[in-house]
Design a protein around this ligand. Structure first.
Ligand code: ADP
Length: 204
């Protein structure tokens, strides 16, 4: 989250003077406490500052951020991945769409039947694009994103690694593979969101 320069100034004041009251912060900035009300609300709601009655503001952002980063780097992909829905490169676009609905999935991983290795990824957008082109009988081999352009992860990597890859490459999921590119599972944005909720609930 991006804070305004004034909010960043408040955070610095609290870091260097904690605990410090709202009045004292306002005085340091040469402003009134009521002018800063919305800044205090943003900073406490986002967890950067903690407001303690009769004590004042305390800086808590750094501790929380490193706690989350620490949690996410301890959780392993293998404990959170789900079953991957796989398909043959010869499958038609029509059948692929049926598969997505049947398994409530957002993407299919295409496997080369000759060596059982990951060969491609077909997402919702790929299927929509092929329908616009009116080529329903096209096979997945034609429309898929193919190796070596597929971003994959291994089961012993951390959830933080997976989240970074998903964010960096703007994709919805990662095939989880053996060193030989055989598919073991899938880790999607939804799995990461579910884990975040789990972590937050266990801290409340
Ligand atoms: P959606 O199409 O539902 O938005 P994605 O964002 O995952 O889903 O897919 C966007 C594009 O990225 C598609 O062309 C898809 O083939 C490709 N893609 C999806 N997952 C991967 C991956 N792990 N590595 C490389 N490309 C991928």
């Amino acid at each position: 989250m991006k804070f305004t320069p004034r909010q960043e100034e408040i955070v610095d004041i609290v870091k260097n003077n904690e605990p410090i009251s709202g009045d004292e912060i306002a005085k340091k900035l040469g402003l009134t406490k009521s002018t800063l009300r919305s800044d205090f609300a943003v900073l406490t709601m986002t967890g950067i500052l903690d407001a303690r009655q009769k004590v004042g503001y305390i800086y808590s952002g750094l501790a929380e951020q490193s706690l989350l980063a620490e949690s996410l780097s301890q959780y392993l992909i293998k404990d959170h991945m789900i079953q991957a829905i796989t398909a043959n490169p010869d499958m038609t676009v029509n059948d692929a769409i049926t598969q997505l609905f049947m398994y409530d999935a957002g993407s299919l991983y295409v496997v080369d039947p000759e060596n059982n290795q990951l060969a491609g990824v077909v997402s919702r957008k790929d299927l929509l694009r092929s329908i616009i082109g009116q080529t329903h009988n096209t096979t997945l081999a034609i429309i898929m994103t193919r190796m070596p352009n597929i971003i994959v992860a291994q089961p012993n990597q951390s959830i933080l690694d997976a989240a970074k890859l998903i964010a960096q490459h703007q994709i919805d999921s990662l095939p989880i593979v053996t060193p030989n590119y055989e598919i073991l599972g899938k880790l999607s944005k939804s799995n990461i969101v579910n884990l975040l909720v789990e972590i937050c609930q266990s801290e409340v």
